[in-house]
Design a protein around this ligand. Structure first.
Ligand SMILES: Nc1nc2c(ncn2[C@@H]2O[C@H](COP(=O)(O)OP(=O)(O)OP(=O)(O)O)[C@@H](O)[C@H]2O)c(=O)[nH]1
Ligand SMILES: [Mg+2]
Length: 250
């Protein structure tokens, strides 16, 4: 299991790479059901991510947000889509090389990574992929505790999903107050997903979303597509640079 492996891997990295090892970070991924949280990790990590808690998506058992869900509207067969019914986690090593390329590796690869001489830095990231259906709204409330960064995903073709971003922003604020009386800001990345559906005329662009939700120096916005992969690696680079800034400030 990912979390159990963390102890040894962290110790090895600390010892072998005192300058280049940046630490262990919990990244909490939240967003309404169907926004693309699980698809994001699949797109980012490929075979390194194995979601274990998926069930076929059935709109009648779900809620208001789902009734305008993309597959439903663009006529994709229902059986092709799944929904997360518990929590998926994925622990990985995020590597930035001397040539500024980024790579993802399983934590078990730590020993072979340390043999390389082109590594600038290694981050140990643990992603939490929450279940987004409303009946699981208790879950992000629990997993928010101890988050070092939060990714809020919204289905950019679904107004209800975009409106729910403010709800998750409030949860992050509550955690900032719980953890440090609001002294330390948790970096937030808001991803407006399904940009590939722009051609079908159902994608609400970033500018309108920014207008609806508002801007804040503590969060970054990006448009993404888990189908084309656009914006996915860039968003993780942004997140990691925010974590780096936070580490320097604190
Ligand atoms: N066209 C398009 N479809 C996407 C994109 N991202 C995800 N999807 C589709 O949207 C559906 C929902 O994606 P998931 O990743 O399961 O959504 P989720 O946020 O994990 O949803 P829950 O697990 O229910 O909370 C799936 O059918 C995906 O194939 C995207 O960028 N473009
Ligand atoms: Mg999911």
């Amino acid at each position: 299991m990912v979390i159990r492996a963390t102890g040894r891997v962290t110790r090895v990295l600390k010892r072998a790479l005192p300058q280049g090892f940046r630490g262990v970070y919990k990244i909490n991924i939240v967003g309404s059901t169907g926004a693309g949280k699980t698809a994001f990790l699949r797109c980012l990590l490929g075979d390194l991510f194995e979601p274990r808690t998926e069930a076929p998506r059935r709109s009648k058992t779900e809620n208001e947000v789902d009734s305008t869900h993309t597959w439903f509207r663009i006529g994709k067969p229902e059986k092709e889509s799944t929904t997360t019914i518990s929590l998926n986690t994925a622990g990985i090593l995020f590597v930035r090389t001397l040539y500024n390329s980024i790579e993802f590796h399983p934590v078990q690869m730590v020993d072979s990574l340390l043999l390389r001489d082109d590594i600038e830095e290694i981050w140990q990231l643990v992603f939490f992929d929450n279940a987004g259906q409303e009946r699981f709204d208790f879950m992000p409330q629990l997993t928010m505790r101890g988050s070092d960064a939060v990714i809020i995903l919204a289905d950019g073709t679904n107004m209800s999903s975009i409106e729910k971003v403010s709800y998750y922003l409030d949860l992050v604020r509550e955690e900032e107050y719980r953890a440090s009386d609001g002294m330390f800001k948790i970096p937030i990345l808001v991803l407006i997903n399904k940009a590939d559906l722009l051609d079908r005329g159902c994608f609400i662009g970033l500018n309108s979303v920014r207008h609806m939700i508002g801007s804040d120096p503590n969060y970054d916005y990006s448009e993404t597509s888990m189908v084309t992969g656009d914006g996915v690696h860039d968003s993780v680079r942004i997140l990691v640079s925010r974590l780096r800034e936070n580490a320097i400030e604190n």
